[in-house]
Structures are given as structure tokens and as C-alpha cells.
Design a protein around this ligand. Structure first.
Ligand code: SF4
Ligand code: SF4
Length: 319
């Protein structure tokens, strides 16, 4: 008998042998469901906390087998390829079974904690050899209690020794959701979203930004738990890189006692995913670029050191 849905986690990808999401060789688990709706979200398939239909029209051969399988009349063949009426689609997944070319797929897999841990632990020898481990990403991993706590306990008590765990989070939830996880992770990459009170709804999809309080509590707990916390900031041209956004981020982080931030540069690869999904997100109109000199000066004025998160960030933010 399978575990009740409330005891399962929902993931949209488990990627092995990753080299850019923390130290060493890592397995990155992407959780589905997020409490923010950032206009530049790199993983739009991770936003909804439910399995959803995804369409790869380039694989469609126009056979029409899926059309009759849809109980909601949401599918048609137009110009030799499948079309989805997203307003009618309930994401039931019935059509996926009918499609032999995998033009229709389900994004989001329900997993139990022991099964996911077992999948990750197959690569334990690589973690040990390289100083790697498991990275929790998303979506927002913290929205999955008590599944996450159980999964992390499985990784901690592995027969091959505790696995290094890195949590990527945006902090948009009450502190009480993160607190029980703190002793179970080794590092946190905290994504700080530059925003101003007047543009939070447009940029982040929320009126109240909870991350400052979550980060404040996390930094206090990190001192007690010997936990590494890195604050990272995505600079999105034309959206979050104005002098006012930088100034606000620098001053808020300085007030929280954050000594250093890592700057993540923007890339637009995610925009290609939009045509596959049931989403109202739009590609961004990019405008302008900052120099590193400007970014570093603004943060330095508040006593915060800004560095590139990786070599790509260093190149792309520089003009
Ligand atoms: S997932 Fe959507 S398109 Fe596919 S069968 Fe269900 S309702 Fe129809
Ligand atoms: S079953 Fe698959 S290949 Fe055939 S029309 Fe539907 S989406 Fe296209």
C-alpha cells in the first residue's frame, strides 16, 4: 500500500552528478510548489504544488491518440500538432498514457522519503570522494514538512555516514517551518529578492516579504548550529538592478549583519519552458546592465562585500 499523499513529497526533477549547486558532486532534488511568483523564475515548472501537464510540441506527430482520451475536451490537433486548451485542462494526466512519443508528459512526481533517500544514496561513494552531497532546490523545499524532515533524517542516518545537505531557499514562510530543519542541514543558500514595497506584488507575487524575518532568525540559529549561510541575490536587468533596488537590498542586509552577498546573474533560458506549461508568465523585456564597480560600491557603502556567485555571474554582470 502506498503512503498517503500528505506524507509524500512532490519533486519535478532529481539531477545526479551536478557540479554547480554546492561543493563536490551533488544530487539536486527540485521540489515542486513555491510561495513566491518571481517574474524571472528560472523554474516555472516548480511553481504549482501539484503534478501538471507539460507539452513538448516538437515531439508530436499529430496522430490524435490523445484527443479521445481527454475527459475535459481540452485537446485538439491543429496544423498537424497537439494544442491544449489550458482553461479546460484539469491536469488529470490521462492523455500522457496515450502519447507514445512523450510529447505529453507529467511534471511532478510524488515520492516517499525513504524512496527518495535511497535514490540519492546510490551516489554516496561520489559524495564521499568529492566532498559533495545532496542539494535541495525548487520551487521551495521548505514547503514540504513533515516529508522533508523525514527525508533529511534518512540522509543523516545513512549506513555510509551522514550526507552533506545544502538547502536553497527564499525564506517566504514563517520561521517555524524552517526551524526544525536547521539541525538537519549543513549549509543554506538564501536567495534574497531585491524589491521595494511598491513593486513586490509585480515582481514577487506577494504583498508581504517574509524573508527578512526568516533570515534574521536563521542567522541567529546558524551561530548556534555551526551552519554555513550564504546570501545570494539575483540581479535581473531592468527589474531588480536599479540603484533603488540595490540600495534597499544593501541596507536591509547590512541591518541584518550579513557581511557578504553573492550576486547571481540573470539568464533567459527559462523562457523556452513557458510554451510547454499552463502559465500566465511572460518572457521578460531585458534592459540595461550594471557594472561590477557599481554593484560593489553600493554594497560596500553599507559594509557588505559583493562577489560573483560563479564565473558566469562575473562575466555577465560586467559590461
Ligand atoms: S491532463 Fe489535461 S489535456 Fe490531458 S487528459 Fe487531463 S484534462 Fe485532458
Ligand atoms: S498522442 Fe502524442 S504524438 Fe499523438 S497527437 Fe497526441 S501529443 Fe501528438
Amino acid at each position: 500500500m502506498s503512503a498517503p499523499v500528505k506524507e509524500q513529497g512532490l519533486v519535478f526533477s532529481v539531477q545526479r552528478f551536478c557540479m554547480h549547486d554546492g561543493p563536490g558532486i551533488r544530487t539536486v532534488v527540485f521540489f515542486k510548489g513555491c510561495s513566491l511568483r518571481c517574474a524571472w523564475c528560472q523554474n516555472p515548472e516548480g511553481l504549482l504544488a501539484r503534478p501538471e501537464l507539460a507539452v513538448y510540441a516538437e515531439r508530436c506527430i499529430g496522430c490524435g491518440d490523445c484527443v479521445a482520451r481527454c475527459p475535459s475536451d481540452a485537446l485538439s490537433i491543429q496544423g498537424g500538432a497537439v494544442q491544449v486548451d489550458w482553461a479546460a485542462c484539469t491536469h488529470c494526466g490521462d492523455c500522457v498514457e496515450a502519447c507514445e512519443t512523450r510529447a505529453l508528459t507529467t511534471t511532478g512526481e510524488r515520492v516517499t522519503a525513504p524512496a527518495l533517500a535511497e535514490r540519492c544514496l546510490r551516489d554516496a561513494p561520489y559524495y564521499e570522494e568529492s566532498g559533495g552531497g545532496v542539494t535541495l532546490s525548487g520551487g521551495e523545499p521548505v514547503l514540504h514538512p513533515p516529508f522533508l524532515e523525514r527525508f533529511l533524517r534518512e540522509l543523516r542516518s545513512s549506513a555510509s555516514g551522514p550526507v552533506h545537505v545544502l538547502l536553497e531557499t527564499a525564506g517566504q514562510y514563517p520561521w517555524s517551518m524552517l526551524e526544525p530543519l536547521v539541525p538537519l542541514v549543513d549549509a543554506v543558500y538564501f536567495d534574497w529578492k531585491p524589491s521595494l514595497p511598491g513593486d513586490r506584488e509585480r515582481l514577487l507575487g506577494v504583498r508581504r516579504y517574509l524573508a527578512p524575518e526568516t533570515l534574521r532568525r536563521l542567522l541567529l540559529a546558524a551561530g548556534l548550529e555551526d551552519l554555513l549561510v550564504k546570501v545570494r541575490i539575483p540581479l535581473v536587468p531592468g527589474l531588480t538592478d536599479s540603484p533603488a533596488h540595490l540600495e534597499a537590498a544593501a541596507s536591509q542586509l547590512s541591518a541584518l549583519g550579513v557581511p557578504e552577498v553573492q550576486i547571481l546573474s540573470y539568464h533567459g533560458l527559462w523562457e523556452a519552458k513557458l510554451r510547454r506549461l499552463d502559465t500566465t508568465m511572460q518572457p521578460l523585456q531585458m534592459a540595461g546592465r550594471l557594472t561590477w564597480e557599481t554593484v560593489q560600491r553600493v554594497f560596500q557603502q553599507h559594509g557588505v562585500t559583493a562577489t560573483p556567485a560563479d564565473s558566469q555571474s562575473a562575466q555577465e554582470v560586467l559590461t
